[in-house]
Design a protein. Structure first.
Length: 76
């Protein structure tokens, strides 16, 4: 029984592992660079996404009929 196929499998596995590690290192470097860029910003430069706590839908815009009714009823 030859060890040649086993060596080829091990070599291929090692190459794939090295490529995977290189990809992860590149991803990590990009994340670290992004983190440094973010921490260099002033708080006023950072725009956080708005957090909507309510699940209610926004009110519909006033209709012409509703406006006419408010004019008839007068100020509250």
């Amino acid at each position: 029984m030859s060890t040649r196929p086993n060596l080829e499998i091990a070599d291929r596995t090692l190459r794939e592992a090295r490529q995977s590690i290189a990809a992860k290192n590149a991803e990590l470097a990009a994340l670290e660079a992004a983190q440094q860029n973010t921490s260099a910003l002033k708080p006023s430069q950072v725009r956080l996404p708005s957090r909507q706590t309510s699940t209610k839908k926004a009110a519909a815009p006033p209709t012409k009929a509703g406006s006419a009714q408010r004019r008839q009823n007068g100020p509250k």
